[in-house]
Design a binder for this molecule. Structure first.
Ligand SMILES: *Cc1c(COP(=O)(O)O)cnc(C)c1O
Length: 438
């Protein structure tokens, strides 16, 4: 007889504690392991194979509705680069969101689900001839222009007056990883404030373009509301300078995305209510001081809508000393390598009351840096065949996935109310060979 037979409540406390904030709300812990949307994770792994990205539809929609409720009157454009597939874009269209794309490829998926063209915004520091063709062919609502070359190119291609936003780097440091800090002045995106008027002049000189507004995006995984507030204020001040110089009133301000999410238990949720309030006040106060009408505000969250709705499932293949090696790795999780991002890993296909020990969960790729989580705690009886789950993988995982080592990319499995279905199927070796035509 074990202690948990005598004291079942002790057993439950060992098995059923779930780390707060990082899992989809529908996740629950049971003696037989985790369930997501009511479905045992072991069953998902057996049915769909591993690695697999699990995506909880209700969690995505819940987050969309939280944004809508916190930001009445704002236009909310989903940043498609965080996770684009037909199903997710359909959900965003149904939730009444707009859509940010940054390539003809993302636009092709939007087009495949009939995403309303007037609600699509194209951004990015490079738009190729193909991207222009796709954007103008679908007659998308707005283009964020990022360079003088681009203003010339689009001006000569547009057949109807194309609404544009000028991307400005407001010189605000979002205090984030330098690979995703895009608001500071010396980087490849947009126009620093001191040059931005030249871009506005150029847009206004093009009969094929109509200046709709200004755009900024100060970075990703930014938690400082004060940084967003400062950027918003500088944008309105610049709108004032445009009015003074050209007599033109800027109708809209797009303040970008980048709202931080918790990746580990104990990390803060983004203060959405504080953001809404402080940005709204900063914009209306600055506008009224300058005698400008309050512009229409747009925001572009990506990560904040989908990251915490995703969980990656892996199967343990070998345990060697303190290394627990799984059947995926840097091909399905680039963030760990790119940004040294930290993840929680949990034994998910069963529970265990074995004591914890410190291990590193590593991938299958031929790189020593292919580490999913270094020096974390897992039950000491974790063994080959166990299913592990890594939460907060809904954003920038599938979209950053590669075929390194000719590993096939995992499927995205949508779950909702006890049902599971593939949204994107697993890649196959036939898929890999299909494009290898030499
Ligand atoms: C990446 C990006 C976003 C979204 O960033 P998140 O961190 O996913 O919210 C929004 N706007 C632009 C222009 C971007 O490049």
């Amino acid at each position: 007889m074990t202690l948990t037979d005598v004291l079942p409540s002790l057993g439950r406390s060992l098995h059923t504690k779930l780390e707060p904030d990082v899992w989809p709300r529908s996740t629950s812990a049971h003696p037989d392991g985790l369930r997501i949307a009511g479905i045992p994770v072991g069953e998902l792994a057996a049915r769909f194979g591993t690695p697999a990205y699990i995506l909880d539809e209700d969690e995505v929609r819940r987050r969309c509705r939280a944004y809508r409720a916190a930001l009445p009157g704002f236009e909310i454009a989903y940043a498609g680069k965080s996770l684009t597939c037909r199903a997710v874009l359909r959900w965003m269209a149904e939730e009444g969101f707009s859509l940010d794309v940054c390539s003809g490829g993302e636009l092709a998926v939007a087009r495949a689900v009939g995403f309303p063209a007037e609600r699509i915004i194209l951004h990015g520091n490079v738009k190729t001839a193909e991207d222009w063709k796709a954007a103008l062919g679908y007659e998308i609502g707005r283009v964020v222009v990022d360079s003088l070359d681009e203003i010339d190119q689009l001006g000569s291609l547009a057949r109807h007056p194309q609404r544009v936003l000028v991307r400005v780097t407001p010189g605000v440091d979002g205090h984030t990883h330098k690979a995703i800090a895009t608001g500071v002045e010396d980087q490849k995106f947009g126009f620093p404030l001191r040059d931005a008027m030249t871009a506005v002049d150029a847009v206004l000189a093009q009969p094929g373009l109509r200046l709709d507004g200004l755009h900024c995006h100060i970075g990703s995984q930014v938690s400082s509301v004060a940084s967003f507030e400062l950027a918003a204020r500088r944008m309105v001040e610049f709108a004032g300078a445009i009015r003074d110089r050209h007599g033109v009133v800027v109708r809209s301000l797009d303040l970008g995305g980048g709202h931080a999410v918790p990746y580990l238990p104990g990390q803060q949720e983004f203060d959405l209510t504080g953001y809404a309030q402080r940005v709204r006040v900063a914009v209306s106060y600055t506008a009224s001081q300058l005698g400008l009408p309050v512009p229409q505000l747009t925001i572009e969250p990506g990560r904040a809508l989908v990251a915490n709705a995703g969980v990656t499932l892996y199967r343990v293949v070998t345990v060697k000393g303190r290394y627990v090696a799984v059947d995926g790795g840097m091909s399905d999780n680039m963030r760990a390598c790119l940004y040294d991002a930290k993840y929680l890993v949990r034994l998910a296909g069963r529970s265990s009351s074995a004591p914890l020990r410190t291990v590193s969960v590593v991938g299958r790729h031929c790189e020593a840096g292919d580490v999913i989580a270094a020096d974390i705690e897992l039950p000491s009886d974790v063994h080959a065949g166990d299913v592990l789950a890594v939460p907060v993988t809904g954003a920038y995982h599938h979209s950053l996935a590669s075929n390194y080592n000719q590993i096939c990319r995992p499927p995205i499995i949508g779950v909702r109310d006890g049902w599971a279905r593939p949204l994107v199927r697993r890649e196959t070796e036939e898929d890999l060979l299909a494009r290898d035509v030499g």
